[in-house]
Write a new protein. Structure first.
Length: 240
């Protein structure tokens, strides 16, 4: 599938993914159009390929169809004004796409939209810095960072993030970009009602991983759902 959906520009890549039904939602398509993947890939010659790429520190920027799938899964909770946590933000690409979904340019200003917050959380400082640096490559990214709508922080993603303005209110959506050995309760605690977590989790037999969604409904009732098999780098302790 990868080679068929690659393009010679960001626009072409996103259009090809949409045509191949790997991006299903026009909201996600439009958000991915606004974020140039070349700003987030170390090897520019593969920036518009539908494949993952190493970003050093044993981390990878996921393939665009995986980012689309994650954003689409969280989409009902990515309303303008939502608070979103991106655990294992790595390159910062998905953090920036999530920001476009909860903070659409055409609705800049005050009101509900102005309350949107997107936080990229990394346990390796060099990658936190990389995510921020990549986002700064566009004027739009500079604006979102400058206004505090998007930020990149260092911490252990298994504990979530409850610092900073409004963080005690929890998260409408939590994306986890590395495979956990369990569904960390702290992340569930930090989820708002209603809210959703998208998280890859190691299978109990240790031989595979699956995406799970964890939903908390308006009454606080938690429902877990196993979706499809994947291969992510592990959600681990930071190297010393
Ligand atoms: N969404 C990123 C994925 C990066 S790979 C992208 O597409 O660019 C997974 C990331 O999870 C790595 O950057 C890794 O450093 C980070 N990670 C692993 N364990 C972590 C932990 N306990 N807390 C925070 N980040 C972690």
């Amino acid at each position: 599938m990868a080679w068929r959906c690659s393009g010679s520009s960001n626009k072409e890549l996103v259009e090809n993914l949409f045509r191949a039904d790997l991006i299903k939602s026009s909201r996600v398509r439009d958000a991915m159009m606004k974020v140039d993947r070349a700003h987030y890939c170390p090897d520019l010659s593969y920036a518009y390929e539908d494949s993952p790429q190493s970003i050093s520190h044993a981390a990878t920027i996921s393939a665009p169809h995986m980012h689309a799938s994650a954003a689409e899964s969280l989409l009902p909770y990515l309303k303008p004004g939502a608070r979103v946590l991106d655990v294992g933000s790595g390159s910062g690409y998905l953090t920036a796409v999530l920001a476009e979904l909860v903070y659409p340019q055409e609705e800049d200003g005050n009101g509900e939209v102005g309350k949107a917050r997107v936080v990229g959380l990394e346990h390796i400082k060099a990658l936190r810095d990389m995510g921020e640096g990549n986002t700064k490559k566009s004027k739009r990214g500079q604006q979102l960072l400058g206004e505090g709508k998007v930020s990149f922080v260092v911490g252990d993603g298994r504990k979530g993030w409850s610092e900073g303005e409004g963080a005690e209110k929890g998260w409408d959506a939590i994306h986890v970009g590395a495979a956990a050995v369990e569904l960390h309760q702290e992340l569930v605690n930090q989820l708002r009602s209603p809210g959703r977590i998208f998280i890859p989790v190691e299978d109990p037999d240790g031989y595979g991983q699956h995406i799970w969604t964890v939903d908390k409904d308006a009454n606080g009732v938690v429902t877990k759902k196993k979706l499809f098999g994947v291969r992510y780098v592990p959600l681990t302790d930071a190297p010393r």
